[in-house]
Structures are given as C-alpha cells and as structure tokens.
Design a protein around this ligand. Structure first.
Ligand SMILES: Nc1ncnc2c1ncn2[C@@H]1O[C@H](COP(=O)(O)OP(=O)(O)O)[C@@H](O)[C@H]1O
Ligand SMILES: [Mg+2]
Length: 285
C-alpha cells in the first residue's frame, strides 16, 4: 500500500520543498522505500533542488491533471481499466528508488485547462489527479508519494487534498506563522464532508526555522497544545548546509551527511515513516 502525503502551508518559505526533497531522499536512500515526489507548485523548485532540469519538455505534473494526455481515465469501463495508456511523467534521480514528477510554469494554467474540460463534460476536474494516480499501476508501486503543494489555496491544492490521505504541515516559528493553518484545517474539513474524503488527516506538524527566541518558544507551545499528537518530536532549525545543498541540486545527505541538518532531516523522515495511519489508530485532526 502506498502512502500519499501532501506537504502544505500556504505561506511561501515555510520549508515545504526542502522537507519534501530531503525526506524523500532519506526514505529512498536509507530506508529502501520506493518514493515518488510530485511537484504541484508552478515555481518548479522541487525538481531543481534535486538536480533535475525542469524546463526539458519530458513531462511534468500538469499531465496528471489533464486526462486527454493520459488517456480517458474517467471511463473505468474502458478496455484499459486499471492502467493508464501513458506512463507517468516521472524522471529518475541520481538516488536509487527516488523518482520525481517535476513542475514548471505551465502548471499555473492547469485550473484553466480543468475548466475547459469541464465544459466538455468532465464534471469533477478536481478529482482527476486522484483518479489518474488510482488508475496508474506505476503509482501503486511506490511506498511513498509525497506532494509539494503550491503556496496558495486554490484548484491545485484541492486536487492534491483529494489525491492524498495525509497532510504534513511545516510551520515556521515566526510571527503570523499560524495564520493560514486555521484555513487549511477548514479546507480539509470541507474536503472530508463535501467530497466524502473521510480518510484525510494531518499526520505531522513540523516546526521549522526554529531560533532560540521568546517568539519561537511561544509559537511552539501553542502548536504543541493544539496538536499534541501531530507535533513532530524533531524541530528544524537554521542549517546553512541545507540551503547550500539545494543551490547545488543535492540533498543534504549527499552534500553534508554529517551536518546537523542531515541528522534532523533523517529523524523527520523516520518519524513520518513511523506515523503510519494504518498501524496507528487515533482521531484525525
Ligand atoms: N532548515 C533550513 N535551514 C536553512 N535554510 C532552509 C531550511 N529550510 C529551508 N531553507 C531555505 O529557505 C528557503 C525556503 O524554503 P522552501 O523549502 O523553499 O520553502 P517553501 O517550499 O515552503 O516555499 C529556501 O531557500 C531553502 O533553501
Ligand atoms: Mg516550495
């Protein structure tokens, strides 16, 4: 069974891309997990920080949202039942077991394309991402599918929420950090009720950009009170090597495996691995 997990915070610069890239790298490199990281942010940074060229027209995540490119996934009675006609637009990375579906600016057009297909009879374009992944045998071969979500709530985020069961929320420990969190929880509640997607839950809240300041401690305390079960035991501080690694298109494990940043990212990956909703019971947040 594949765990599909979205990393979401509408605030840019909260650490989403960094967490997806490094957690995915650790799961694949050290934990032997077949991992697919999907960039759903039109800025396309996930592929870049993992050393891929996102401009090459080799396929990108927009294809997962436009069924004409993938075959008619809206017709489960079609002869191709259970398999998409086209392969997923994945790229292999240098890291064994880690594949990526990159994004680029074109993804920003996806909601418009979805509207266009709606006119031609597709009544639920927001479910297309989920359907395409459900129907792809390749997608089911991964242990983990991690989504790097876009920084604003809209059609893309809704598609992502419908395509995953778990959400990880990185929260920078800075002023206004918790703004947007309430909105995310409301959106998730709406997705659970209006779309009947009951399984959707917050599996981990990750404090990021920790500094020894009173403000950081206050925010951390609030988060811990509000999310006693979901709050990660591992807190992410400032690790300059993480930033440097990304500028070279490398994970922290390749660039500076002995750095504290690598220890922190590895610990988070293993916490996430241990928080498997199928083995842990507990109320969704
Ligand atoms: N723990 C960290 N220590 C130092 N720099 C970091 C850390 N996490 C992220 N960064 C840097 O902060 C910036 C924003 O992080 P990013 O992961 O891109 O956020 P988001 O995807 O939420 O916009 C990037 O330049 C990234 O390299
Ligand atoms: Mg990002």
């Amino acid at each position: 069974m594949t765990r599909r997990i979205a990393f979401i915070n509408e605030k840019g610069g909260s650490g989403k891309t960094t967490l997806v890239a490094n957690i995915a790298s650790h799961l694949a490199m050290e934990r032997g997990r077949r991992t697919l990281a999907i960039d759903m942010d039109p800025q396309g940074q996930l592929g870049k920080v993992l050393g891929l060229d996102v401009r090459k027209p080799r396929g990108s995540s927009i294809e997962l949202l436009v069924d004409s490119l993938l075959g008619d996934s809206s017709r489960p009675d079609a002869p191709e039942t259970g398999a998409l006609r086209r392969a997923l637009p994945i790229q292999h990375t240098r890291i064994p077991r880690l594949d990526v579906i990159v994004a680029n600016k074109a993804l920003a057009l996806a909601p418009g394309l979805a509207d266009a297909t709606q006119e031609t009879g597709d009544r639920a374009p927001e479910r297309r991402l989920a359907q395409n992944l459900d129907l792809s045998r390749e997608a089911h071969a991964y242990d983990f599918v991690l989504f790097d979500a876009p920084p604003s709530f809209g059609a893309l985020t809704l598609s992502v929420l419908l395509a995953c069961e778990e959400v990880v929320v990185p929260v920078p420990l800075t002023f206004l950090a918790i703004d947007g969190f309430a909105e995310l929880l409301r959106t998730m509640a709406m997705v659970r009720t209006r779309y009947g997607h009951r399984a959707l839950r917050v599996s981990m809240v990750v404090p990021t950009f920790y500094r020894r300041t009173r403000m950081a401690h206050e925010i951390l305390e609030k988060l811990t009170t509000r999310f006693p079960k979901e709050i990660a035991q591992t807190i992410v501080g400032f690790h300059v090597k993480i930033d440097e690694a990304q500028s070279h298109g490398l994970s922290i494990f390749e660039y500076a495996p002995r750095d504290k940043g690598a220890v922190v990212m590895a610990a988070l990956a293993e916490e996430l691995e241990a928080r498997d909703p199928r083995t842990n019971t507990g109320d969704p947040a």
